[in-house]
Design a protein around this ligand. Sequence first.
Ligand code: PLP
Length: 387
Amino acid sequence: MSRFETRAIHAGKPRPSKGEDLVPPIHRSTVYALDKEGYEEGDPNYTRYDNPNRRQLEGLLADLEEGTGCAAFASGVAAATAVFQALDPGDHVLMPDDVYAGNRKLVRELFGRWGLQYDFVPMSGTGRIEEALRDNTRLVWLETPSNPMLNITDIAAVCEMVDGSGAKVLVDNTFLTPFNQRPLTLGADLVLHSTTKFLGGHSDIQGGAVIAREEDSFMELIRDIQVTAGAVPSPEDCWLLARSIQTLSYRMRAHNQNGMELALFLQNHPAVEKVYYPGLATHAGYENAQKQMSGFGGMISFLLKTRAQGGEAGLEAVRAVAGSRLIQRATSLGGVESTWEHRRSSEGEDSETPHNLVRISVGLEHEEDLKADLERALEGLERPAGD
Ligand code: PLP
């Protein structure tokens, strides 16, 4: 098998013959010519069922995650929806208590009504997962590092614990991408991505994907839901995403480097109370992070030191965010441009994220410019007396 950098450029793409395009074309046609009555499995027929750009993207993502197959979707939550729909009403799901807020909402508000049972538990250790497993648990959903607390779960330990119970282990690998972490090689059954983030990398494509270790009946059902429910990505988005992934290795190297630099800078800054970044030796999940990740990524959360407590402290954090000139205040993550956000305000009323937490998506600008911008933004922040 070629190395990751090479596969990111060549996997999934047919090798062109003489005179053919080196860059694959975008296949906009929604229909394909037929040569007989009816339709058999595998015949090109209609774009919702099959499209060359989507096929190429799925081949590429399956290859990079070291899986056997992939189903691409129109968004990360559409991919998650297909996974939950592949379960039966009455099945039980375990999710991290600090799972991405959109997926928590999806399970609570939509799939609760559909009869799915669920528990949200802390997943920094395996103890609470073991306690919460039930006879009808069919899915253990991991998000490591988690959004926004950057908690780390030991993927291999959870897979070993769940093995033989009838439950699948899924890892949301959005924050790290397969460049930094490959959960299927650690025993996970499924990987999920919001490809909108680092895989897309330029804040201009929405997408999602599910990649399977084995082509079993569960993955077959996910594929069936993909084409029958129809939340498929457009040929243009598949083409653009496959194009972006060609530079994933080099973007992720720089995200990792800038992330580490900024985490260290923040850790030493007098206005900062605590930094959550799995590459710091002070991080509670550092040991597991070292074991299962080859890079620590571009996502950092930090707590600001504030005079006030609670909501007031949150407002102070917002004021600091507003002081930056280069780092843009915006939601989402994974673009070439750095952004930061007061997560609690974005997550809504049931958010348990600390009031004084700011999350940064570290982009690919020069690290010294990013540090200077942070320095300027934090300079104006009022500190507790004595600091
Ligand atoms: N998973 C994680 C970790 C995310 O951060 C997000 C979005 O922020 C999603 C999934 C959902 O992806 P999308 O917005 O593409 O639906």
